[in-house]
Design a protein around this ligand. Structure first.
Ligand code: 5GP
Ligand code: MN
Length: 349
């Protein structure tokens, strides 16, 4: 057994740890929440914390605004998650009767979508655990560390700081590793700090099969998803070489034609960054007619979160952000071109 705790840099403040310790000791009902369109980190960090709190002998539920992609359904207790979109009554009841809401992987209450009003009305204390920059001021305890590779990394630090490495069960370890892996493109970016690899070493010690987790997440594609990605690359990729940028658009009709399921377009926005000199990539997905979901990715110091906030009603990390538009695809593309013009200097320098 590796004694990791003494080797890791202590980033969560003692005051925050003490506050969470007290809340966990005094409360009985806990809800773990994560952001809309939950990704591997949102689901991984939520289920890791769920298992930890459950193992403390407390009542705990994970509430997500809407469904997660099928490639996360193997995560332990994924089947116990409540989805606000499908079961708003039960989800609202859980939020209203909670003593504490753990808010994971988002920095503003609005990111939980339609569940936001229940969160605002609930008397529960709110604990933020997140790695997005610029967190809102609406949390009683704020564990906000943009330097962390993922919220899952922060949950690992939180759990081990509170209860030692014994609290990281095999289930907790699987969930943590999944979140860290998905938010770093399998440790390809946002993953240069050595602590990440110390944590991975300790998760391996818990018996996780990292290669199997990789295959569960990345190698369980349907045939139609592969064809959709091929189609998007061949037919729908537009390179704006004067701006070192690329755009992929998929209309609602195109998504229907390829039977696109939740998560089938995940990762698509990263692909154009493989092209030499491309520094900024945008993917516009017409979720339903008139509603465009925006995904942005960048390399180095190009701030796609600023572009997301200024042009796409969104935000996120410097190199991975998103937003949404209520307009036609043509109008969304026009908005993207406007953003390119505005940020031209930063893109070409
Ligand atoms: P994705 O492109 O994978 O949907 O999102 C990438 C990143 O941007 C994630 O960290 C996510 O939290 C953030 N993000 C996505 N959509 C939005 C949005 O509408 N608003 C904000 N503030 N962040 C978003
Ligand atoms: Mn995350």
């Amino acid at each position: 057994m590796i004694n990791l705790l003494i080797m890791l840099e202590k980033i969560i403040s003692p005051a925050s740890l003490e506050a969470v310790r007290l809340l966990l000791a005094s409360g009985n009902n806990f809800v773990v929440l994560a952001h809309k369109n939950p990704d591997g980190d949102a689901v991984g960090s939520s289920l890791a914390l769920f298992h930890y709190i459950k193992n403390l002998g407390k009542n705990v539920k994970v509430v997500l605004p809407n469904a997660f992609p099928e490639f996360l359904s193997w995560l332990p207790s994924a089947g116990d998650v409540l989805f606000y979109e499908n079961d708003s009554e039960q989800a609202t009841a859980a939020i209203m009767s909670a003593d504490v809401l753990f808010c994971l992987d988002f920095n503003a209450v609005s990111r939980v979508g339609d569940a936001a009003s229940a969160v605002q009305e609930s008397c529960a204390k709110r604990v933020l655990v997140d790695h997005h920059p610029f967190p809102e001021d609406s949390f009683n305890v704020k564990i906000s560390h943009p330097e962390a590779c993922s919220t899952s990394e922060l949950v690992y630090r939180l759990v081990t700081s509170l209860s030692g490495e014994e609290a990281v069960t095999f289930e907790v370890a699987q969930c943590i590793y999944t979140g860290m892996m998905t938010d770093t493109g399998a440790f390809a970016y946002a993953s240069a700090r050595k602590d990440i690899y110390l944590i991975i070493a300790s998760l391996l010690d818990k018996g996780i099969d990292k290669d199997k987790i990789y295959r569960n997440v990345f190698y369980t594609s349907s045939v139609s998803r592969m064809k959709l990605h091929g189609y998007a690359m061949y037919r729908k990729l537009k390179v704006y070489s004067k701006y070192n940028s690329a755009l992929i658009t998929l209309s609602h009709d195109e998504l229907m034609r390829f039977f696109a399921a939740k998560g089938d377009t995940e990762g698509l926005v990263n692909q154009p960054l493989q092209i030499k000199d491309i520094r900024f990539s945008c993917f516009l997905r017409e979720e339903k007619p008139g509603k465009i979901n925006v995904s942005l990715r960048s390399v180095d110091d190009f701030p796609c979160n600023e572009v997301a906030a200024e042009f796409f009603n969104g935000g996120g990390h410097r190199n991975a952000s998103g937003g949404e538009l209520h307009c036609s695809m043509d109008e969304a593309v026009a908005r993207f071109r406007l953003a390119l013009q505005k940020y031209r200097k930063a893109l070409v320098e």
